[in-house]
Every structure is written in C-alpha cells, then in structure tokens.
Design a protein around this ligand. Structure first.
Ligand SMILES: [Mg+2]
Length: 302
C-alpha cells in the first residue's frame, strides 16, 4: 500500500463532487463561486489524546466529528457548506483510514459537501485538520458582533449532553458526544427568515462562548438561569461543558421565534444588556465566569 493507492481509495469513496469544477486528482481543486455569494472558511484540528482516544472513539465517529466541527462553524454563520479539505496523519492502518473517511463522507453527503482534496502523512499519533468552505449571499453571513442591548438570547437543542456523554460513555449523551449534529438548517433559517442579530456555535461551553459573543458585540448579558439541560446532565455541564455544537443566537426583542426551527427546539435563555464591562449575570445577580473549555488555561501546564 503506497500513498497513490491510499489517494485512489479515498477518491473512490468520495465519488460525488457536488458542483466542484475540479475535484481530487490534480494539484488544486477548482471551485467556481456563484454570482452574489461570498465564501466562508473555517479550519479545525482533531488530535488523538487531545480530542479523542482510539480506544473509545471509533474511526467512523472520529471522521464524522472532524467534519461536524467545521460544518457547525458554517451553520453559525448561516452559510451553506460547499466543500472541505482533509489533512490526515495516521499510523498507516488502512482499515482505520477507511472507517475515518466513511464516517466523514456520510456526513459530507448528508450536507452536500464535496471532499475537494487534502494531504496524507504517517504519524504514530492521529492528527487531522479539516478545512470547510461554505458560502452565503454577499453581506448576509451572521456574525458574533451584532448583538444589541434588549435583544433576546436563544440556544438550540439542549446543553451539556456532550460533556455528560464523555463522562458516562453511555446512551444518547455518548452518541451526542461522538456524533454532534451541525445545525445547518437552523443557521440558514436564522439568516434568511428570522434576521438574527448575532450567532455563533457552542464549541467550548455556553459560559465561555457567550463571553466571546458579548466581547465582539460590546455588550453584557443577563441569563434567566433556566437553561435547556440535556437529560441527565448537570447545570455545570450545561453552562461550561464543551462540544455541544448547538447554536447561540440573538434577535431583536420584537422578533417572534417559534418553539422549534427546522424541527430543532429553541429556548430563550436571557437578554443582552448594556454593559461596558461585558459582564454576564445569571439568576438575578451572580456573575457568570467563562469556565468552559480552554486548551491553554494555566492548569493544563502551559
Ligand atoms: Mg465556532
């Protein structure tokens, strides 16, 4: 088995090109932008020992999650995914590689995302990086910076499921951790129909991510303290647990938001407040600290 054989295998698996002008096999892929659209780019690492363990996370789950993280970022902008580039360093086990690409490509097909190319390398530790390119009509992509005092704050789905699943490795929560569902249909509806003022995806935990949204928007927030908690998860997991990949968004107070968007429940969790110090209050007065996931926090020894 050599690199050419591996690329031929991946190329056979990635049969659909979803509108790419030129896909795998040349020096570059070619994507021809449509009139009036602008392109969105995101890249995410998935590293063995850091984001997953080979003993507990199956190859297909790792492939699926590697792409889901990027698709979730496209969803957060209200975009439509177009193609991805996948770079993978792994020990050279062909069976593991097939599982990885099968998992990744099943999610790619579901969201009409072409695998446009990538790179392969040998490494004892599995490292993969996925670049996703999406698009949105010019000037319409949802940003973190648009929240204004008085806007209502919402989240999709339930929070804490991924952290709870990682702790228990059982049931629906574990499945949620292994196979997050990027909220692409909701993101698009938030852009086209509900005119969300700001939006982002929850990758590192509500407490950390809401602080990021408030910082970009130059506002504070008040949370009711009544969160949609994933069944079985704790309030700490809902507030600070990472990898839920739900959407956090704001809308002007006068916009009516239904109980579900594209069959995904949405819950109002608070409102944006005028606060130069960008503080977040919860349950009437307590300050919410950003205690979600941070790769570089001091306690990790860096
Ligand atoms: Mg994100």
């Amino acid at each position: 088995m050599n690199e050419n054989d591996l690329v031929a295998r991946i190329r056979a698996l990635a049969s659909s090109s979803f509108g790419l002008a030129l896909g795998i096999g040349d020096d570059c892929a070619v994507y021809r932008p449509r009139a009036g659209e602008e392109l969105l780019f995101t890249t995410d690492f998935l590293i063995e020992g850091r984001h997953f363990l080979r003993e507990t996370h199956g190859a297909a789950d790792v492939g699926c999650k590697a792409l889901a993280r990027g698709l979730s970022d496209i969803a957060a902008m209200g975009g439509v995914p177009r193609f991805c580039l996948v770079s993978l360093a792994f020990p050279g086990d062909g069976k593991w590689m097939d599982g990885f690409y099968n998992g990744l490509l099943s999610l790619a097909r579901e969201h009409k995302t072409a695998l446009a190319g990538g790179d392969l390398s040998r490494s004892d530790r599995i490292v993969c990086d996925v670049v996703v390119c999406g698009s949105a009509p010019t000037g319409t992509a949802l940003r973190r910076s648009g929240a204004r005092p008085g806007d209502a704050i919402y989240v999709t789905g339930a929070l804490g499921g991924s952290a709870f699943g990682l702790a228990t490795k059982k049931g629906k929560a574990w499945k949620r951790h292994l196979r997050p569902e990027p909220r692409l249909a909701v993101g698009k509806a938030l852009r086209t129909k509900y005119r969300a003022s700001a939006c982002m995806d929850l990758s590192d935990g509500l407490s950390t991510d809401l602080h990021r949204l408030c910082r970009e928007s130059g506002v504070g927030a008040e949370l009711d303290g009544d969160l949609p908690v994933f069944p079985g998860a704790s309030i700490e997991q809902a507030l600070h647990g990472g990898e839920d990949y739900e959407l956090l968004f704001t809308v002007p107070a006068k916009v009516r938001i239904p109980e579900a968007i594209q069959s995904v429940p949405v819950t109002r969790i608070g409102r944006i407040a005028r606060d130069r110090q960008r503080r977040i209050r919860i349950g009437g007065g307590f300050l919410l600290q950003p205690l979600g996931f941070d790769h570089f926090r001091e306690r990790d020894g860096l």
